[in-house]
Design a protein around this ligand. Structure first.
Ligand SMILES: Cc1cn([C@H]2C[C@H](O)[C@@H](COP(=O)(O)OP(=O)(O)O[C@H]3O[C@@H](C)C(=O)[C@@H](O)[C@H]3O)O2)c(=O)[nH]c1=O
Length: 182
């Protein structure tokens, strides 16, 4: 596995070694030993999630707070997304900064997003099959989020505004500055 730390400390991109042959390909999408050795993070992933979305969908920007915070290891099985992690760790030198990367079924890139971050993605292909591991269970009451079009963060989702598809819930999320006051 090839691994690179992003400008957000503890947030890594990783790419597994892919073995191609006449049949197709094989790769280890997750190996706990390699993951721990390379990241220094001994995550115990307890929940795997999968979602399918159509072009223009923006999911996010989500987090779970307090004891229910989740680290996530995210990837795309088919299609392509622009994936974004936002550092919400108040003691971090990159608090309020974000990192974005294209993840696709072609590049096999994965993004590890530690606890204390918010996460979202936009769908760049016709459809995208998105898969991720979480190190804490879903806890509805601890869900939080930030508006996708927050002016302070200024994320370019790489989708024209009139083509964006969002859930009603995500359209009601607070802005970053209101979040920090609370
Ligand atoms: C996230 C989640 C949702 N659900 C349910 C709640 C709801 O009825 C339905 C759809 O939920 P949502 O609209 O919140 O799904 P979605 O917008 O895809 O939420 C996800 O977005 C990405 C960006 C993340 O980072 C994830 O952690 C998660 O927040 O699925 C679960 O049962 N378990 C879960 O872990």
């Amino acid at each position: 596995m090839e691994i690179k730390e992003t400008h957000l400390k503890g947030c890594f991109t990783m790419r597994p070694w892919v073995f191609k042959d006449d049949r197709g390909y094989f790769f280890e999408s997750y190996n706990q030993k390699a993951f721990t050795e390379l990241t220094g993070y001994s995550a115990e992933f307890v929940q795997d999630n999968q979602s399918l979305s159509t072009y223009g969908t923006v999911r996010g920007i989500h987090f779970q707070s307090g004891a229910h915070a989740q680290a996530k290891l995210v990837r795309v099985i088919e299609g392509s997304v622009y994936d974004v992690a936002v550092d919400l760790r108040r003691d971090s030198s990159t608090y309020g900064k974000w990192f974005g990367v294209e993840l696709s079924g072609e590049n096999n890139l994965q993004l590890f997003i530690p606890r204390g971050f918010a996460h979202g993605f936009s769908v760049l292909s016709e459809t995208a099959l998105f898969s991720y591991k979480c190190d804490n269970f879903y806890h509805k009451a601890s869900e939080g989020g930030i508006r996708y079009d927050d002016p302070t963060l200024g994320i370019d989702w790489q989708i024209p505004k009139d083509k964006m598809i969002l859930s009603e819930k995500d359209l009601l999320l607070p802005f970053f500055n209101d979040l920090s006051k609370g």
